[in-house]
Design a protein around this ligand. Structure first.
Ligand SMILES: Cc1cc2nc3c(=O)[nH]c(=O)nc-3n(C[C@H](O)[C@H](O)[C@H](O)COP(=O)(O)OP(=O)(O)OC[C@H]3O[C@@H](n4cnc5c(N)ncnc54)[C@H](O)[C@@H]3O)c2cc1C
Length: 318
């Protein structure tokens, strides 16, 4: 029997649903005899037990801390304490700002195997194999961890369906271990006012890129998106130029088109950073004058052509 440990997250007292994706990743390699324990740290950790009572979770470890503030040193101490006590073969956490600040450090300090931004897990001949992207997302890389008794992985979000169903985990209460805290929580960044623009919540996005040419051409695509019932998205240069608000930017440093089912990309080349926010979408339609544009490599339907001519064609069919 192997023990698997997931480090779940809360932010300012609100449960982070990305933790359910880390649980799903753990479940994907959990054998019948394995045990999955999920640890969560907070001022009132019991408040998260119901969020974590999903299929596959055998135990919730509710760790009481002095506040809900995120402290990487504290999470490091928790992982070290639980690793020592439980000897998990696998530790998983969501790939995000929290894990970025403690996971590599704790893995290096404790000599764990480590892989970040993992998209798939499997066992091969009894050895864990983690799949992640490499070379700026151009290839998928399989990593194994020879000689490592514990492997810590961070799980890419929006790859695993969040764990669901109803579980009946036991709950273990624990006080946060004492540790020296070297960081100070100064406050939370106020969310930018998105002015009602909801890229993550939209199921149909029409995105424009630098192919739009000039700011004066943007308005017609706003109108077109409106007529189509789509949300207008854009690539970063369009937002950087101030032609559209940042809330419309799709990609790594913008928004994730998390719930999108149809994504029309017009005049977007398809950089890895843009793809980060939309390549998972089921139906991608690309319009680009350059047949070699990268966007075509992920598009289900591609039109090699001028976005203004295609827009006109579409408008004729409204
Ligand atoms: C750290 C970092 C983070 C980043 N984050 C993001 C991000 O979140 N989102 C993002 O989008 N980018 C991001 N970028 C920028 C990214 O690298 C690209 O520069 C950007 O995505 C390119 O935008 P684009 O496709 O609109 O422009 P271009 O790459 O210039 O592509 C324009 C495309 O339009 C086509 N075209 C031209 N005229 C027409 C026409 N009339 N009809 C049809 N097609 C036409 C061209 O063939 C070309 O393929 C980031 C970069 C870095 C370094």
């Amino acid at each position: 029997m192997a023990e698997i440990l997931v480090i779940a997250e809360q932010r300012d007292g609100a449960f982070r649903s990305a933790s359910l994706e880390a649980i799903a990743a753990a479940n994907s390699v959990k054998g019948e005899d394995d045990r999955l324990a999920v640890a969560i740290i907070g001022a009132d950790p019991n408040a998260f037990v119901s969020d974590l009572s999903v299929e596959g979770v055998d135990e919730v470890i509710a760790i009481k801390a002095g506040s809900n503030d995120f402290q990487p040193d504290l999470v490091e101490a928790v992982v070290a304490t639980l690793a020592e006590a439980r000897k998990p073969a696998l530790i998983a956490a969501a790939h995000g700002v929290d894990a970025w600040s403690y996971a590599p450090t704790v893995a290096a300090k404790l000599g764990f195997g480590f892989a970040s931004d993992v998209q798939a897990l499997r066992y091969e001949d009894g050895q864990l194999v983690a799949t992640r992207a490499g070379y700026a997302e151009k290839v998928l890389v399989d990593l194994d961890f020879p000689g490592k008794e514990v492997v810590l992985v961070t799980i890419r979000t929006n790859v695993f369906d969040p764990a669901g169903g109803v579980g009946a985990p036991t709950v273990t209460a624990m006080d946060a271990p004492a540790c020296e805290v070297s960081t100070t929580h100064v406050g939370w960044k106020e969310p930018e006012d998105a002015g009602g623009i909801d890229i993550p919540g939209s199921d149909f996005i029409l995105s424009i890129g630098r192919g739009v040419g000039d700011e004066s051409n943007v308005e017609q695509f706003l109108e077109m998106a409106d007529q189509l019932g789509a949300t207008l998205g854009c690539s970063r240069p369009i937002a950087d130029n101030g032609w559209l608000p940042k809330a419309r930017q799709v990609g790594q440093s913008g928004q994730l088109a998390a719930n999108c089912r149809l994504y029309i990309a017009m005049g977007v080349s398809g950089s890895v950073q843009h793809q980060w926010g939309m390549k998972h979408v089921e139906t991608i339609v690309a319009v680009n004058t350059d047949p070699e544009a990268s966007i075509f490599s992920i598009a289900r339907y591609g039109v090699v052509g001028d976005m203004f001519e295609i827009a006109e064609e579409l408008e004729n069919h409204f």
